[in-house]
Design a protein around this ligand. Structure first.
Ligand code: COD
Ligand code: ZN
Ligand code: ZN
Length: 375
């Protein structure tokens, strides 16, 4: 029996209070309105930004259903939807691509003005929600809310992907992989033969390493305080790995010495102010490019010496690896299917959805690269 046009009752992970575990609840998911799509989520990853929501660094009204890294199948579509149909495999996009705003029309930029990361309204584009639980409206998270068996997203925030793609893997193209990989190939534009330094070797940092390798970097130096991360980093392309704790000198000095005066490209995939400045300082003073990938918890200012930039360094940052989401995700899936890169090294754990709190414990313990939850 078709569920189109009807309210669907299904399970979802609801965050009722910050710093508390998720509770698995039965929620009601309303049908999609015009230009909206209801998706059956098949797999969803746990990302650092979901944890930022749990720890209270996003001021979205509670209760909320987090989750923004996922893949699924279209269950039904609202009026006027033209880019997908029921049964299509899709990836929800936490950075939408409306195609009409000045950012979407800019040839390089990707942070569409319709994104919910800036405003944190916790709603669909029309300002309302599609979830209820125990009679209460539940907020959306970044327009995606993928910690639910079914979710509703705006058409501008969905990419149709290859029908043959394995959803439990390509869900990583919805955030972690794309963020890291794009930071290297699209934002920094790493050049063949160059030397790169990657601070932080979690799932995002590993994806940066893969991007540097794909772009032809000759040396990729991984930096992490947890040496357990080195093996995997070398597997995906790091040529050397170092821990700041093994040196008396500041780590940027060590990297400058290792690279004959400074690396060509550096990346911060930790989300800490001190390592953002160290990453900037370790790149070559006249032409080095440093990219901020990690999001610091909270919105504090950092201080740095402007001389670091006056000599000629470039300091950049980007959301979603600088990729225009709706255009790029299907192409990235095609590249994955053509074996241009692999996602397996990033997937350290696969758990049934009900074990979501265990997945967050793994993230906190530093034992996981990425945990994928399957429905
Ligand atoms: N020096 C060196 N390494 C360190 C230090 C330090 N002082 N502190 C921690 N580390 C290492 C850890 O040992 C760990 O290996 C790594 O840094 C961080 O990895 P994870 O696994 O905790 O985090 P990731 O890889 O999932 O990445 C999380 C980010 C911090 C990059 C997070 O901000 C993020 O997911 N950013 C994506 C940016 C974005 O676009 N966000 C919007 C939607 S997600
Ligand atoms: Zn736009
Ligand atoms: Zn994310």
């Amino acid at each position: 029996m078709s569920t189109a046009g009807k309210v669907i009752k299904c399970k979802a992970a609801v965050l009722w209070e910050i710093k508390k575990p998720f509770s698995i609840e039965e929620v009601e998911v309303a049908p999609p309105k015009a230009h909206e799509i209801r998706i059956k989520i098949v797999a969803t990853g746990i990302c650092g930004s979901d944890d930022h929501m749990v720890s209270g660094h996003f001021s979205i009204r509670l209760p909320v259903i987090p989750g923004h890294e996922a893949a699924g199948i279209v269950e039904s579509i609202g009026e006027g939807v033209t880019t997908v149909k029921p049964g299509d495999k899709v990836i929800p996009l936490f950075t939408p691509q409306c195609g009409e705003c000045r950012v979407c029309k800019h040839p390089e930029a990707n942070f569409c003005l319709k994104n919910d990361l800036s405003m944190l309204r916790g709603t669909m584009q029309d300002g309302t929600t599609r979830f209820t639980c125990r009679g209460k409206p539940i907020s959306h998270f970044l327009g995606t809310s993928t910690f639910s068996e079914y979710t509703v997203v705006d058409e501008m925030a969905v990419a149709k992907i290859d029908a043959a793609s394995p959803l439990e893997k390509v869900c990583l193209l919805s955030c972690g992989f794309t963020t890291g990989y794009g930071s290297a190939v699209k934002v920094a534009k790493v050049t063949p033969g160059s030397t790169c330094a990657v601070f932080g070797l979690g799932g995002v940092g590993l994806s940066v390493v893969m991007g540097c390798k794909a772009a032809g970097a000759a040396r990729i130096i991984g930096v992490d305080i947890n040496k357990d991360k080195f093996k995997k980093a070398k597997e995906v392309g790091a040529t050397e790995c170092i821990s700041p704790q093994d040196f008396k000198k500041p780590i940027h000095e060590v990297l400058k010495e290792m690279s004959n005066g400074g690396v060509d490209f550096s990346f911060e995939a930790i989300g800490r102010h001190d390592t953002m400045v160290a990453a900037l300082a370790c790149c070559q003073e006249a032409y080095g490019v440093s990219v901020i990938v990690g999001v610091p918890p909270g919105s504090h200012n950092l201080s740095m010496n402007p001389m670091l930039l006056l000599s000629g360094r470039t300091w950049k940052g980007a959301i979603f690896g600088g990729f225009k989401s709706k255009d790029s995700v299907p192409k990235l899936v095609d590249d994955f299917m053509a074996k241009k890169f692999t996602l397996d090294p990033l997937i350290s754990h696969v758990l049934p959805f009900e074990k979501i709190n265990e997945g967050f414990d793994l993230l906190h313990s530093g034992k996981s690269f990425r945990t994928i939850l399957t429905f």
